[in-house]
Design a protein around this ligand. Structure first.
Ligand SMILES: [Zn+2]
Length: 302
């Protein structure tokens, strides 16, 4: 049995995995983005609740093989240190794995959440039986990962897979990272609201935007076409560099918008990819739900 948790800006989600199946789920509020003690208490609370659930199904602490932890933003994987998380800034430079190990006496590994979503989709979701998978996750931020032969590719410093900060328009919108025109400035929740403003003169939530598009509002469909085009440029860059077997697109925004986003993205991707054979790269929606990151964290002990 393994515990997987995923620390987000709003919630901390946790699961127990047994034989690659989710046997329990827990969600607690992150409560703070800036107070380290409050966030740590919430992380510990999430793990304690999972241990309690494991007890209920007849397992003791000694049956728990490990705790995998996902966080948004770059992680120094070698030194098991969170670098600069954009959504939970209080965890900056924290050796969170060591703290959890000390508290519970269970081996703990920390990892970037985009990497974990990609790992989870590769082993249990849309990329099952594929060997060379790129994942993109669209939510508050835009993350991603590259998994080859069921192993996460970390790169030299552990920061590979920051797909959200690929520049797709050097004169484009200002990004939180300090750069301009990053994919995230178009595909994150805020980016989508900004694009909707250009059409509707008001910022519309991605949820409302796909709801009205599905009712046939042609302007809303056009907004998704525009956002899809930006994603398509990003996909083409990824394919030209990595030539993956498949690209899995996940996260709350992709789950909600579905084909409204994916179809125009694929069209734009085909226009921009160099090789004829690579134009056929499947781009598909993720299959796992909002617990994908936590499941990926559990699979670190696979
Ligand atoms: Zn950026």
């Amino acid at each position: 049995m393994i515990i997987g948790i995923d620390i987000g800006g709003t919630n901390i989600k946790g699961i127990i995995l047994g034989n690659q199946k989710v046997i329990a789920k827990v969600k607690v509020s992150t409560k703070s983005k800036t107070n380290q003690k409050i966030i740590l208490d919430q992380i510990f609370k999430c793990i304690e609740k999972l241990i309690k659930k494991a007890n209920h199904v007849g397992h003791t602490m000694s049956h728990i093989k490990g705790i995998g932890v996902g966080v948004a933003g770059p992680v120094d994987f070698k030194n098991q240190k969170i670098l600069n998380p954009p959504n939970v800034i209080a965890l900056k430079n924290l050796e969170l794995g060591k703290l959890i190990e000390k508290k519970f006496g269970i081996k703990t590994i920390i990892e970037n959440d985009g990497h974990l979503m990609t790992l989870a989709e590769t082993i249990l979701g849309a990329g099952k039986n594929k060997n060379n998978v790129v994942g993109i996750t669209l939510g508050t931020g835009v993350g991603g990962g590259l998994v080859i032969d069921k192993k996460i590719i970390h790169g030299e410093n552990g920061t590979a897979g920051e797909i959200g900060h690929m520049t797709i328009n050097e004169h484009g919108r200002k990004c939180n990272c300090g750069s301009r025109g990053c994919l995230e400035t178009y595909l994150s929740e805020l980016g989508i609201r900004k694009t909707s403003y250009e059409f509707f003169h008001k910022r519309i939530k991605s949820y409302d935007l796909h709801q009205i598009a599905r009712k046939g509002n042609s302007e809303a469909i056009e907004v998704w076409d525009e956002i899809g085009k930006s994603l398509g440029v990003g996909l083409a860059n990824i394919i030209d560099v990595f030539n993956p077997e498949i690209i899995v697109v996940g996260g709350g925004i992709a789950r909600g918008a579905g084909e409204l986003l994916i179809n125009p993205a694929k069209k734009e991707m085909r226009k921009n990819v160099l090789s004829e054979s690579a134009k056929k790269t499947p781009v598909i929606l993720a299959k796992l739900n909002e617990y994908a990151g936590a499941i990926g964290a559990g699979l670190l002990f696979n």
